[in-house]
Design a protein around this ligand. Structure first.
Ligand code: M6R
Length: 607
């Protein structure tokens, strides 16, 4: 949450920083701001709303310099106002700072500083941090930062400018991510690597409790006690072209349409006459037999991918399977020990709840694995073993192609654990892996139905809500479909196991509440049809996601969207695509900000 960008170098800073903020805007868009040093003093420009507003403001009142920092905010402490927008400065303007995270003891520090005569002009926890640093500053920036950090509780990534040190800037990480780079005579920092890709792919991923001092072409790294640390640069395989929208009106549509190739990449080298994840997740036969439990832990869309995987794990591994949201797992009491395989699923690898859950599992001695799209993320480093999604950077706030990558990676994991435990029949292994490699073409045929799905969406532009239903794997897909719709259209949508409808949700049904049914031709088909009869009897319009060749479904549904036939266990790979497109087109017809839905941020780095 919150986008951060910093630059020092020969270029005019405002262009570089604003370009970076545009790239990071998916992290927050309540307000935007920039601070620029002209070598003597630091000037600040900030405004409510998007980076476009800041850009317009800067066009009228430009700030010029070679050192600067910028921020897009996802509000926590204090409303969405210009005063609360970052950067923040102490009253004398000696120290200027941007922040991602939450300072938990800000209130007591604020009272203490007020007692010393400090005047605050915002409601933020961030202003407390900058004023604290200013009171501790006596000409040694690193000492002031260290002393301030020792007093702050909570999670923070800071980028800090000192007005009398115009050739350096400082970064601190305790929790939320920060990445750094210092190619030739420049220095950069950002909250996400995508903002740095136009300049370099040699990146330093800051660890927790590190302070960095950046100057032109150089990074010095320290721990919170001031001891120097090695500067560890990694080469990132992504490039800047992967973060462009190309011909698409929205990243979300581009990312939905990429899903066939994402699936090919996720499967590459892991499926060949069966499944083989030994390079990423090796274990001995003894270990495989010793495991008793598997925990799948994630948030949001990643959680729904885990629900699908949980069912496959039930079917193929013989382990006791728990699927849990990270925020609940962290405080739960389930056994999590050396006989537990704990899998943490996170697109970004930066979700605070999932990181906290992983720490709990590690402390219990579980065998941990991160399933993530970002191999250098905090989660990947925390857990060690990583199964990479290989989806490429996902910019749309609503996750789509990474869900596809998660379905693939987790299905392979279920098969792999089952195989190593001797619980997976060879015939099932071949049946499923051979179909997996056929799925990309089927997905590509599905995205061609975009216009037809748009026509269906048009029928529902005026409705106030939707009920999504499905059984088995399709229940999780209904939940993910409802989440997509809520996130980008803001229309109420709730999802239930189809069999649960009669236990309550059916009370809501009438002609004004459409039911979206995920009803592929699988084991549950007939049971779900009975539920659709019940919905129809209450005059609810029905949108069915069904299998090609199903002649019966149109008797029940007002609108049908067909997906190609596949193996029962793999229907989620296909049924999710029309639901993503349905949400996309409905939101687009309603004129919503699809890639930047209100109140959301791509990477949720606060608990
Ligand atoms: O990066 P993660 O996969 O850990 O993120 C988890 C959720 O915050 C995320 O899936 C969220 O629900 C998305 N906005 C879904 O579209």
């Amino acid at each position: 949450m919150c986008g951060i960008m910093g630059y020092l170098g020969p270029e005019e800073v405002s262009g570089v920083v604003i370009g970076g903020l545009e790239c990071l805007e998916y992290r927050g868009y309540d307000s935007a701001g920039i601070a620029v040093s002209d070598g003597r003093k630091i000037a600040i420009s900030k405004c409510v709303g998007s980076v476009a507003n800041l850009k317009a403001q800067m066009a009228e009142h430009p700030l010029s310099g070679r050192l600067g920092i910028g921020h897009t905010r996802w509000a926590t402490h204090g409303g969405v106002t210009r005063e609360n927008a970052h950067p923040h400065a102490d009253p004398q303007g000696r120290v200027v700072l941007i922040h991602n995270g939450i300072i938990e003891n800000f209130y007591e520090l604020r009272e203490e500083l007020k007692g010393q005569g400090v005047h605050f002009s915002s409601e933020t926890d961030t202003e407390v941090a900058v004023c604290l640093m200013a009171t501790l500053y006596d000409g040694d920036p690193l000492a002031a930062i260290r002393k301030a950090c020792a007093r702050l509780r909570g999670a923070f990534a800071f980028v800090i400018l000192f007005a009398d040190v115009p050739d350096h800037f400082y970064c601190v990480r305790k929790g939320p991510p920060l990445v750094l780079a210092a190619p030739s005579d420049e220095a950069f920092c950002a909250s996400d690597v995508t903002a740095l890709l136009p300049y370099t792919n040699r990146i330093l991923f800051m660890e927790d409790e590190e302070i960095a001092e950046l100057s032109a072409g150089s990074i010095a790294l320290y721990d919170f006690d001031g001891a120097p640390k090695d500067v560890r640069l990694s080469t990132v395989e992504w490039d800047a072209s992967m973060t462009s929208k190309g011909i698409y009106p929205h990243f979300m549509l581009k990312e939905i349409e990429e899903q066939g190739s994402v699936l090919r990449r996720t499967l590459a080298g892991r499926v060949d006459g069966g499944v083989d994840l030994s390079a990423e997740f090796p274990f001995s036969d003894g270990d495989a037999r010793r495991y008793r439990r598997v925990h799948l832990v994630a948030c949001g869309t990643s959680y729904y991918a885990s629900m699908v995987a949980g069912r496959l794990m039930d079917q193929f591994t013989g382990l006791d399977v728990r699927v849990e949201t990270s925020s609940e797992y962290r405080y739960g009491h389930m056994i999590c020990d050396a006989e537990t395989v704990a899998v943490f699923i996170s697109q970004s690898g930066e979700t605070a709840d999932t990181l906290a859950a992983a720490r709990r599992a590690r402390a219990g001695g579980a065998r941990c694995l991160a399933v993530t799209n970002v191999v250098n993320s905090s989660l990947a480093r925390e857990v060690g073993a990583v199964l990479e999604l290989r989806a490429g950077p996902e910019i749309g706030v609503a996750a789509t192609k990474t869900f596809m990558g998660q379905l693939a990676a987790l299905s392979l994991l279920a098969l792999w654990i089952g195989k190593r435990r001797g619980r997976l029949d060879r015939s099932d292994e071949l049946r499923l892996t051979e179909e997996l490699v056929r799925l990309p073409l089927k997905i590509e045929s599905l995205v061609l139905q975009g216009n037809a799905i748009r026509d269906v969406a048009e029928h529902y532009m005026k409705v106030a809500g939707f009920l999504f239903i499905g059984r088995g794997l399709s229940c999780a897909i209904g939940m993910e479909g409802a989440l997509k719709l809520k996130e980008i259209s803001y229309i109420h949508a709730e999802a239930h196991a189809a069999g649960e409808m009669k236990h309550g949700p059916i009370a809501m049904l009438d002609v004004n509440l459409p039911v979206v049914a995920v009803v592929p031709r699988d084991l549950f088909y007939e049971k779900t049809l009975s539920n659709l009869q019940e919905a129809r009897a209450r005059n609810a319009p029905i949108v069915a996601i069904a299998t090609e060749g199903d002649g019966e479904i149109s008797r029940f549904a007002s609108d049908c969207i067909f997906v190609p036939a596949t193996e029962d266990e793999l229907t989620p790979f296909l049924t999710i695509v029309p639901l993503q497109l349905f949400a996309y087109h409905l939101a687009s017809l309603m004129g919503r900000e699809i890639d930047r839905p209100r109140n959301l941020a791509k990477s949720v780095t606060v608990e």
